[in-house]
Design a protein around this ligand. Structure first.
Ligand code: OFO
Length: 173
């Protein structure tokens, strides 16, 4: 059975994952309207992943005798200025989420809830991946600069960029 304190902290994280999904959905729509099809596809996919993170938490809370609460969400912004800026915001957002997961893990230790501590390790690992992926993308964007051809290729290939593929790119250089 979850303690009230941990249940509240998990519910807060459920909301953050739901808001993350909305933020990336808004980025997807902005990119689509700008004709950046590949970037839009990447963001739609990312939005779905965040929804999956939320659902996994909801199931866990309910399974452990708590009640996952579905709340209203903060509206994301709808204009991101430039795709470079948008990916910087994605990175910053992932750092914010990582900090929030760390705080949550801290509560599991305070509450001596080792089952939840164990459950959350998946999220800890996931955040390492997501931060690395966002950093990889920012590195690629920096390389492109203002080159139109580079942007074309980036938009075409962004959905294929993974942490692993970026690592092997570097090896190949
Ligand atoms: Fe839920 O992992 Fe990104 O934010």
């Amino acid at each position: 059975m979850l303690s009230k304190k941990l249940e509240d902290a998990l519910n807060k994280q459920i909301r953050i994952e739901a808001e993350s999904s909305q933020v990336y959905l808004s980025m997807a729509s902005w990119a689509e309207v700008k004709g950046l099809e590949g970037i839009a596809g990447f963001m739609y996919g990312h939005s779905d992943e965040e929804r999956m993170h939320m659902l996994k938490l909801i199931k866990y809370v309910n399974e452990r005798g708590g009640h996952a609460k579905i709340s209203d969400l903060a509206a994301p912004k709808t204009d991101f200025g430039s795709f470079q800026n948008m990916f910087q915001e994605l990175y910053d957002h992932e750092i914010f989420v990582s900090n929030s997961i760390n705080d949550l893990v801290h509560v599991t230790l305070e509450e001596k809830d080792y089952a939840t501590h164990n459950f959350l390790q998946w999220y800890v690992a996931e955040q390492i991946e997501e931060e690395a992926l966002a950093r990889t993308i920012l590195d690629k964007i920096n390389l492109i600069g203002n080159d139109k051809g580079g942007l074309y290729l980036f938009d075409r290939d962004v959905q294929q960029i993974t942490v692993e593929s970026a690592a092997s790119d570097t090896v190949g250089d």
